[in-house]
Ligand binder design. Structure first.
Ligand code: FE
Length: 208
């Protein structure tokens, strides 16, 4: 993993680096291949694959049906497969149901469609509060859901990883699949945010 030696490392980062160095010294891992893997999922994959799947589901009803029936196959169909990508399940947000993804045990996450998990996803605070107080967690991210929306929390594991299919925002009727994909954020596909309408900034300002 790329390191900035000028920066002060936090406890977990320092422990990971020490562990990686020890394993490399013993010849059990190759630091170059770890760097390559991390770089691929951090920079090249990122959350853009998932965003493209969401945009396709918004514009292609048949694809959406396939995505909700078998997300692994729907990802593979678009060329997205690899480590940590099997047994993917897509859960759909609607006006009545909002889905939130967590891994209470560690940090299981769909790498092939969302890249590597953000630091907060791996934090104990998120992993515990997402279950005990999901609405509070979402509020911390700036998302307040109406009381009549049912919140479903999905606990990821090595066997099943989840992807949220967010609601398509208003004001996006004329947008292309590519333009729609640009609106979709990683946080929306984990469920701590909604996809913002491109109209929203203007209307908020005019209300202020
Ligand atoms: Fe995990």
């Amino acid at each position: 993993m790329s390191r900035n030696h000028d920066a002060v490392e936090s406890g977990p980062a320092a422990r990971v680096r020490a562990l990686e160095e020890l394993l490399a010294r013993k010849g059990l891992v190759d630091s170059d291949s770890i760097d390559k893997l991390a770089d691929t999922y951090e920079r090249k994959v990122g959350p853009r694959n998932g965003a493209r799947m969401v945009a396709r589901a918004w514009t292609d009803a048949a694809y959406k049906k396939r995505l909700l029936a078998d997300a692994t196959a729907a990802a593979t169909e678009m060329g997205f497969s690899g480590p940590e990508g099997g047994h993917l399940v897509a859960v759909e947000n609607t006006d009545r149901v909002h889905n939130l993804i967590v891994c209470t045990l560690c940090s299981c996450y769909p790498w092939t469609v969302l890249g590597l998990p953000p630091v907060w996803y791996k934090s104990f605070a998120y992993r515990s509060h997402a279950v005990s107080d999901p609405r509070g967690v979402m509020r911390d991210f700036g998302l307040t859901l109406p009381d009549n929306v049912e919140v479903r929390v999905w606990d990821s594991s090595a066997e099943i990883r989840y992807l949220v299919l967010p609601k398509r925002p208003r004001g996006t009727d004329g947008l292309s699949e590519g333009e729609l994909a640009d609106l979709v954020t990683r946080d929306a596909m984990v469920g701590v945010a909604e996809v913002a309408s491109p109209l929203r900034t203007g209307s908020r300002r005019s209300q202020a």
